[in-house]
Design a protein around this ligand. Sequence first.
Ligand SMILES: C[S@@+](CC[C@H](N)C(=O)[O-])C[C@H]1O[C@@H](n2cnc3c(N)ncnc32)[C@H](O)[C@@H]1O
Length: 192
Amino acid sequence: MIRSLLSRLRRAWRPPQWREIEHFDEQWKRRIKGLAYLLDQEKSVLDLGCGRMWLREFLPDGTRYFCCDYVARSPETIVCDFNRNEFPDLRVDVCFVSGCLEYVEDVDWFLGRIAQASDRLILSYCSTELVPGLPGRKSLAWKSHLSHDALLAKAEAAGFQLCARGEDIDGNEMLKFEKPSRQNPTGSQASK
Ligand SMILES: C[S@@+](CC[C@H](N)C(=O)[O-])C[C@H]1O[C@@H](n2cnc3c(N)ncnc32)[C@H](O)[C@@H]1O
């Protein structure tokens, strides 16, 4: 009887959605700071899944900051739900994705749109090597469950190659990607 009750409970359990468990933790600034260390004088940054926009604290003066989330976090937020295939219509020097790819259902689509928006990507990711266990991952409302190599393969399919990796922080890989064909290493771009 207990076994059948448990199996019924297991069937009834539905993983939560991000919007149901939404919270922000100042500890994530460690991850953002570590990722920001991978910036290289880019003049415009698009912060995808910007949350409280803590990245702004770590940007050099004069950097143009664009932020995007599924709800307006500030008057300047570009509102897009990545799980409805919505994405900002922008070109920037670098896209910045901190603690967000885990919540994206269609990673191939998302990386493809990033590649249209920029030649560079700075990304944190809790790979399945660093955070194993599907039930635990799903209970955090995560939608993507990729190994390090699977993530790299998807980035490569979108046109990116890994060009730098920082120290892992709090279970996050800290990665920077670039298009191999990038012609203008110091040039700045940002346009609507
Ligand atoms: C764990 S928080 C990280 C916030 C911030 N980037 C940071 O590092 O502090 C995940 C962020 O992704 C956003 N997000 C989750 N699902 C999203 C979706 N489907 N479309 C757009 N943004 C989403 C959340 O609203 C939230 O701001």
